[in-house]
Every structure is written in structure tokens, then in C-alpha cells.
Design a protein around this ligand. Structure first.
Ligand code: 5GP
Length: 121
């Protein structure tokens, strides 16, 4: 499939500094900040700085240094926040997964027991 990036999405505005955020970690290729509506005591969003809509877009088209930088940012976030008891990484893509913001992001969620990942149908 083809991917079209809308540079007016909220996370693009955060990257441009047009909307404030609570930064947890920043590097050349990634920014991590607290979710505005946290689902758990730890709820950090990790985003690549490049214009990627979703995980499949990123994994198909990002350069190796962008991929490494993004994944390393997740590792750095896990050192900064308290997820010693465990955590979950979620990335929603498109309608079926109810992706609200069309800029790739990982939710790093933890700080309490999280329960099963999905309700079985
Ligand atoms: P999605 O449903 O796209 O996977 O998740 C989008 C996430 O972005 C939600 O958890 C929502 O709370 C968060 N979010 C939406 N707008 C903002 C914002 O302006 N600032 C921050 N920090 N988080 C936001």
C-alpha cells in the first residue's frame, strides 16, 4: 500500500515545537513524551522524527539509522521511567486498531499490572 503523511497531525506539531509536551527523552531520530491522557502510571509515547504514518510505513521505508535511533529511544525511555515490574509496547495502525494520531508512535505503558493484552472474541 502507499502511505500519505499529513504534516498537520498533532505529533508533527509537537515535533515542530508548535504544541508543548512533557519530554522524557530526545535524540537525533526520536522524541519521547508523556501521553496527555495516561492509561497507567507510566504512559510514554515514543515517536520517530521522520514523517512516518505507521509501523508498516516505517519498517518498509525508514533508513537503518532511523530505525536504530527509534528503537534505542525505547531502550532509553525504559531506563528513565519505572518499568522494572514490566511494561507493554503498543503501536496502533489505521482504523481497525483505532489509531488516532497518524504519526507512528509506540505507547510504552507500565507502572501497574496491565492484564491481558486483548479481549478474545
Ligand atoms: P493512538 O490511538 O493514535 O494509538 O494514540 C494516540 C495517543 O496520543 C493517545 O493515547 C492520546 O492520549 C495521545 N495524545 C493525543 N493528543 C495528544 C497531545 O496533544 N499531547 C500528548 N502528549 N498526547 C496526546
Amino acid at each position: 500500500m502507499s502511505f500519505e503523511y499529513d504534516d498537520q497531525n498533532i505529533f508533527a506539531k509537537i515535533l515542530r515545537g508548535e504544541i508543548p509536551n512533557q519530554t522524557v527523552f530526545e535524540s537525533e531520530h526520536a522524541l519521547a513524551f508523556n501521553d496527555i491522557n495516561p492509561a497507567a502510571p507510566v504512559h510514554v509515547l515514543v515517536i520517530p522524527k521522520g514523517p512516518y504514518v505507521s509501523m508498516d510505513h516505517f519498517c518498509q521505508q525508514a533508513k537503518a539509522d532511523e530505525i536504530e535511533g527509534f528503537m534505542r529511544a525505547v531502550g532509553e525511555v525504559c531506563k528513565i521511567v519505572d518499568v522494572e515490574g514490566g511494561f507493554r509496547v503498543i503501536s496502533n495502525a489505521r482504523e481497525d486498531a483505532v489509531q488516532e494520531v497518524p504519526h507512528l508512535h509506540f505507547h510504552v505503558i507500565g507502572g501497574r499490572p496491565l492484564g491481558p493484552i486483548l479481549t478474545k472474541v
